[in-house]
Design a protein around this ligand. Structure first.
Ligand SMILES: [Zn+2]
Length: 408
């Protein structure tokens, strides 16, 4: 396998999670008698540009399922994050009715609705039909497409250059990272700004967040790697913020190389130094992660086996990628986690891929009164444990497995 950015051959494995089906391939009841396709789930690191990357086995179109799409507006925490982002950017970059904001992976318009509220013209770009349609219904102009050089060039031909572009939690999901980044350098006005939010590799490694590894997630990014990849594709990083989303993300600010007017913030230099101090540009940083993964997985299994011996009922909250990675790697089946619940009605009454654990609505928690509820999206544990606080009425407790086993 060759590096997606620099074409160097990849020798070093960072994490090997065996095999699993794509995490959004939920099964209907009539599919339970049929086999499933399992792909290797392995992440390697490039010793030349330090891009950490998953091996690619399927077409990305297979990963964008309209039926099970994630609607960003389902999470109140995420909506608040989007609103604050829009207010900050509008003030900092003095955006107004003559500006143009483009969001790539705009989902159901969860973020651009706040741009629209400020009367700033905007456009969303979103490949998933169901979410793009939801945005259009909200009155957020949305183009249903994948972003890259080709689309950027056609927008420029239509006079749609951007003052601000937002790309939150999409950079890591893009197979052709060079084409994607080049697209922004084409789309930006000379004084325009592109921001990107993505989970920080440093947090993944330090806090054993191995369940953020799944097939749809191609890149695991450090600032060192991002800076190199951006520069090679016409963008210069001029500022960075560390933000709490997804267990610790970076918000990177970039401008057109050799054209942009923003001076490089001290925060960029400091974070690069911090990554170097921890050795992100040395192979030793990547050794030993597999042992941390196995340790976290084994502790969770020990807990589940003990609960099973005590005849305690354990169920899960959240039928999404993180949970699927954990469950499939750990080999958890219905004997250990009898069902999961999820807010998304499209997933209810289906089954998790691989493990085939059934998915129900939250109502099932109230009916079955389980002793333990495992919160698979550990990054939302505060929001979810408060939403489900009624399980305390029957002595129920919450469990998270990452960064370490916690029962509370
Ligand atoms: Zn490389």
């Amino acid at each position: 396998m060759k590096c997606r950015h620099c074409n160097n051959s990849l020798e070093h494995v960072f994490a090997d999670l065996g095999t699993s089906p794509p995490s959004n391939s939920y099964l209907r009841e009539d599919q339970l008698n049929k086999p499933e396709l399992f792909y290797p789930l392995r992440v390697k690191v490039c010793e030349s540009c330090w891009l950490v990357q998953a091996e690619d086995f399927t077409n990305r179109e297979e990963f964008f399922s309209n039926d099970y799409a994630y609607f960003s507006s389902f999470s109140t925490t995420w909506l608040l994050h989007a609103k604050e982002y829009v207010e900050k950017m509008a003030a900092r970059f003095e955006l107004g009715k003559d500006s143009f904001v483009v969001e790539v992976a705009s989902n159901d318009g969860y973020l651009l609705q706040y741009v629209k509220n400020l009367s700033i013209p905007c456009l969303g770009i979103e490949p998933t039909k169901s979410t793009a349609d939801a945005a259009t219904i909200k009155g957020v102009p949305t183009l249903q497409d994948f972003f890259g050089v080709k689309l950027a060039e056609s927008l420029v031909r239509e006079n749609k250059k951007a003052d601000l572009t937002a790309a939150n939690n999409v950079l890591a999901h893009v197979p052709d990272i060079n084409d994607f980044i080049s697209g922004f350098s084409i789309l930006l006005k000379d004084n325009g700004v592109s921001t990107f939010e993505f989970p920080h590799l440093l947090q993944l490694a330090e806090h054993t967040q191995f369940d953020t590894i799944y097939h749809e997630h191609y890149s695991y990014l450090s600032l060192i790697a991002v800076q190199k990849i951006f520069l090679a594709n016409g963008l210069e990083v001029f500022d960075v913020e560390e933000i709490p989303t997804h267990g610790g993300s970076l918000r990177v600010f970039a401008q057109k190389k050799n054209v942009g007017k923003h001076s490089i913030s001290d925060r960029v230099r400091k974070l690069l130094e911090e990554e170097k101090r921890l050795g992100i540009d040395t192979i030793s940083f990547y050794n030993g992660f597999q042992n941390k993964i196995n340790d976290a997985k084994n502790r969770m299994l020990e807990f589940l086996i003990q609960a099973n011996r005590n005849n305690s009922k354990v169920i899960g909250y959240g039928a999404a990628a993180k949970g699927n990675t954990f469950i499939n790697y750990a080999g958890i089946r219905t004997d250990l986690v009898s069902f999961v619940v999820d807010k998304n009605p499209h997933k209810q009454n289906k089954f998790l891929p691989g493990s085939r654990i059934p998915i129900y609505s939250e109502q099932m928690i109230k009916e079955k009164k389980p002793e333990f509820v495992v919160i698979f999206p550990w990054n939302l544990k505060t929001e979810i444990s408060s939403q489900l606080s009624y399980i305390r009425e029957w002595g129920g407790k919450f469990v998270v497995a990452i960064p370490e086993l916690e029962v509370f």
